[in-house]
Ligand binder design. Structure first.
Ligand SMILES: Nc1ncnc2c1ncn2[C@@H]1O[C@H](COP(=O)(O)OP(=O)(O)OP(=O)(O)O)[C@@H](O)[C@H]1O
Ligand SMILES: [Mg+2]
Length: 472
């Protein structure tokens, strides 16, 4: 949709200026405007805009917005964003959620302070540097959807700027895509821990804890994407020992022949009348010496990348004790036969663990205390439906039904009727895909996917009852 110069001009009419209650810079980097709906009718509304790509979030109350037409409200917010019309903007018409305002921009634009009622003006304890907040580079604009607090966003942007300078092409290819959909504040908590302190110098490793399939691994990868860090994955288990992670002594080819051997060879060759150079060349690489082959962990620490330790509670104590030094303030890794490594400032670690099902152990207290524990719950119904649709491209109605079935199963688990193993987001994707591929009705594939692996007849029947109640 196009916003025209006349829309901005109308916004500057005396009559309209009186309707504008204030402009403010939101914590999320968007510019907000609060306005009176009409001079003689009580009631206020808000509109927001974010730059590159220019997007306007407009309340459903505006008749023009409802018809996808530009209006003076849009003119006013793009003026506050310092964008000149005519300009193309994406319009999102829905209720605009109020946001905390970290800087009142009204004075700059209208020459008087803002009068906010719906928006909340908060005192930032840092000298607000809104330019820095607003100046999110185009390729990082997706970051604003996570609503990180301004201070955290600023540190993240500085971290990324540094990464941009030092990453190799190979490392860039190992940065994952940010696919995680937050259900609450958990992503903000984890990102803030990863950049604690000045320039993130006191960072702590988040430990993502939640039921199976709740998105822990996806969130860990999203954290790497946010910080622009290449990822290295380690899975906990008894076969992972310190040697496999750190590395071990091994024989490596010697690339050179030492001077004394070379001198002796030359003399001998001369006496025998042989050309020495080919012989010396052949000798190079044929000798072996004891060297050190670094393991995945050591390499990742030295290169300042991210390590994601999945199923961290399954690690053997030999390995967890190795992580201790790396996770407290010293940030050092001691490698027998190699030395003590100081982790570079951009090294990060994220742990993930399940809870509540067999085969998992709880973590040693001193070890867990080194992490910022973060709960990663299953998504609520609405967002879960959105996820199912994104993952499988199924019909919206299918996604909604499946998310409702999931809620009822979760209720059953909470009541103690069903065991936690029935809650599987991955199964919902399977059902949607099988139905789309024509493997049966939604009711049939749902029952098959959700109960075929369950030996307890009572539990399987309860699940079938739930499916039937939703898919009658
Ligand atoms: N909140 C979410 N945002 C995005 N994707 C999600 C979310 N929750 C679940 N998923 C999707 O569900 C699937 C399982 O997610 P993931 O592997 O991250 O879960 P997990 O918690 O690590 O599981 P496990 O405990 O089995 O290791 C993936 O396809 C993932 O994309
Ligand atoms: Mg996982």
């Amino acid at each position: 949709m196009k916003i025209w110069p006349r829309n901005v001009k109308t916004a500057l009419d005396d009559e309209k200026r009186r309707l504008i209650r204030g402009f403010g810079l939101g914590r999320d980097g968007r510019v907000y405007m609060e306005y009176k709906i009409h001079q003689n009718i009580p009631g206020r509304a808000i509109i927001a805009a974010s730059p590159s790509p220019l997007t306007i979030y407009h309340d459903e109350g505006c008749p023009s917005a409802k018809e996808n037409k530009p209006c003076w409200h849009m003119g006013a917010v793009i003026m506050a964003l310092k964008v000149d019309p005519p300009v193309e903007a994406e319009l999102v018409v829905s209720q605009v959620a109020p946001c905390q305002i970290i800087r009142d921009l009204t004075e700059e634009i209208l020459g008087r302070p803002g009068d906010f009622e719906l928006l909340e003006l908060v005192e930032e304890d840092v000298p607000a540097d809104p330019e820095a907040v607003l100046d999110v580079p185009d390729d990082a604009h997706w970051l604003t959807r996570f609503n990180l607090p301004a201070r955290v966003l600023k540190k993240v942007l500085a971290f990324r700027e540094n990464q941009e300078k030092i990453l190799t092409d190979e490392q860039r290819m190992r940065i994952p895509k940010p696919k995680y959909i937050p259900s609450g504040n958990e992503l903000i908590s984890a990102v803030s821990a990863l950049v604690y302190g000045e320039n993130g110098s006191r960072w702590e490793a988040p430990l993502l804890i939640g039921p199976k399939g709740s998105g822990k691994s996806t969130m860990a990868e999203t954290l790497a994407a946010i910080l622009m860090l290449p990822v290295n994955k380690v899975f906990g288990g008894i076969d992972i020992n310190a040697e496999a992670l750190l590395g071990a002594r091994t024989l490596v080819p010697v690339e050179d022949v030492d001077i004394i051997t070379e001198a002796k060879l030359r003399v001998a060759c001369k006496t025998a009348g042989i050309e020495p150079d080919t012989l010396i060349q052949r000798l190079k690489g044929a000798q072996m010496k004891v060297g050190f082959e670094p393991g995945i962990f050591l390499k990742a620490v030295e290169k300042g990348e991210m390590i994601i330790v999945d199923e961290i509670n399954m690690l053997i104590p030999e390995v967890t004790s190795l992580l201790h030094g790396l996770l407290d303030w010293q940030k050092t890794l001691s490698v027998p036969g190699y030395g003590i490594i100081q982790a570079p400032p951009n090294f990060r670690l994220v742990g993930c663990m399940n809870f509540g099902y067999s085969g998992t152990k709880s973590l040693n207290e001193a070890f867990q205390d080194r992490f910022r524990s973060v709960q990663v719950p299953h998504l609520g119904s609405e967002k879960l439906a959105e996820l199912i649709q994104n993952e499988t491209n199924c019909r919206e109605s299918t996604a909604v039904k499946l998310s409702e079935i999931f809620s009822s199963l979760a209720q059953g688990v909470e009541n103690g009727d069903l065991s936690e193993r029935v809650l599987s987001v991955r199964s919902l994707f399977r059902i949607a895909m099988e139905e789309m591929d024509g493997c049966g009705t939604l009711r049939y594939v749902a029952a098959s996917v959700l109960t075929d692996g369950i030996s307890d007849r009572y539990e399987a029947d309860r699940i079938k009852d739930i499916i039937e109640a939703h898919l009658r």
